[in-house]
Design a protein around this ligand. Structure first.
Ligand SMILES: C[S@@+](CC[C@H](N)C(=O)[O-])C[C@H]1O[C@@H](n2cnc3c(N)ncnc32)[C@H](O)[C@@H]1O
Ligand code: SF4
Length: 373
């Protein structure tokens, strides 16, 4: 069986960025964080079942608001509750403003071996408009500090399609980041989410065509800099793909711990409450999930196919049919055929994958796959 991934949600931020709907609170002073870590340790002990795991992802919110000693205690608890591979990938998400070289050294010593910085943009006016608490220079320095602190694996998150964004500005920022000592870049298209500042007061965004050009430029510039485009929004130097996130797209099991965290167990998705009070209330009853989403088999197949097609390597057809039965992919043939004919989907070496043209209309292809599921 594929080893598990362990996702832990740390729901604290200094302030809320205008675009972001990840669950986090902004009044998390030190004792609130200590209380949360105590509850997380209880949930780890309650849910640990000794199965093998080979990735850990501390995501948020802003996990870098934790002290290195708290990260060490959490990782030790995980090691006691699951069998963590000696070479496990252990990622910590960080906001550049919340770290120092000393703190980063502490995270490294606590066991984190990969760090993911929210950089978003290198334009100070844009960063301000997004509600970010750091400058471009602070992000540049944080990357250098992480290297000096011993992180060999570093990711930078960027967003394109921002209000007022131009192709030139996007390429300038992306080009600089691709030349940093990072081995992974996530380039997300801005999405406007309900219940965020941008959702309540939508900013004017560049048009669809301009955004498509930014996306194409990202693929070209990343390739020229030696980064492989391995998932819709993710680029990695050879061998530096995020092994934890690959579990989502390969649709294999992971455990979700902490408020608002989602997990997947044998085809059933489950979600913890998106509220600290409700999460703490679960302490009395072994932290039951608030939601479970048990898809019928056809729905599961559609979900696996869409997740696999997010990977540029696509869906390995033999693996899919080993999982869902011989001929199981045939049910999607009628909806995929027009996309294949139009050059948006291709079959190659036992795999079914989107082409670049397919990526540009990925949402409509996902819709077609779900409609057949
Ligand atoms: C949990 S945050 C990363 C760590 C840290 N909290 C920070 O922001 O520095 C995950 C990433 O998701 C991306 N993101 C969040 N909301 C987004 C949105 N509405 N559109 C596009 N990207 C988004 C951002 O790039 C962000 O860095
Ligand atoms: S982008 Fe990161 S720092 Fe900003 S609100 Fe979301 S989780 Fe918090």
């Amino acid at each position: 069986m594929t080893p598990l991934g362990l996702y832990l949600h740390i729901p604290f931020c200094e302030i809320k960025c205008g675009y972001c709907d990840f669950y986090s609170v902004t009044n998390g002073r030190g004792d609130a964080r200590a209380e949360y870590v105590a509850a997380l340790l209880e949930e780890i002990r309650a849910k640990g079942d000794g199965r093998p795991a080979d990735t850990v992802f501390l995501g948020g919110g802003t996990p870098s608001l934790l002290d290195p000693a708290q990260v060490a205690v959490i990782l030790n608890a995980l090691r006691a509750a699951w069998v963590l591979a000696p070479d496990a990938e252990i990622t910590l998400e960080a906001n550049p403003e919340t770290v120092t070289e000393e703190k980063l050294r502490g995270f490294r010593e606590a066991g984190a071996n990969r760090i993911s910085f929210g950089v978003q943009s290198l334009d100070d006016a844009q960063l301000k408009a997004l509600g970010r608490i750091h400058s471009a220079d602070r992000a540049r320095r944080a990357i250098e500090e992480a290297r000096r602190a011993g992180f060999a694996r570093i990711n930078a998150d960027l967003i394109f399609g921002l209000p007022g964004h131009t192709l030139d500005r996007w390429r300038r920022d992306l080009g600089e980041v691709l030349a940093w000592p990072v081995d992974h870049v996530s380039a997300y298209e801005l999405s406007i989410e309900d219940d965020t500042a941008f959702g309540r007061r939508p900013p004017t965004l560049p048009g669809e065509e301009a955004v498509a050009t930014m996306w194409e430029a990202a693929m070209d510039d990343a390739a020229a800099a030696g980064f492989a485009h391995y998932e819709v929004s993710n680029y990695a130097r050879p061998g530096a793909e995020c092994r934890h996130n690959l579990k989502y797209w390969l649709d294999t099991d992971w455990v979700g711990l902490g408020a608002s965290a989602w997990g997947l167990a044998a085809g059933v998705r489950y979600g913890n409450p998106r509220s600290l009070a409700k999460y703490y209330a679960g302490r009395m009853t072994g932290f039951p999930p608030e939601k479970t989403d048990e898809l019928p088999r056809d729905g599961q197949m559609a979900e696996t196919l869409v997740l696999n097609l997010r990977l540029r390597a696509g869906c390995e057809t033999a693996g899919f049919e080993a999982r869902y039965g011989p001929g199981s992919l045939n049910r999607f043939a009628p909806v995929l055929a027009p996309h294949e004919e139009a050059g948006r989907v291709e079959r190659h070496a036992g795999r079914l994958a989107l082409t670049r043209a397919g990526l540009m209309v990925a949402n409509s292809i996902w819709g077609d796959v779900y409609s057949a599921g």
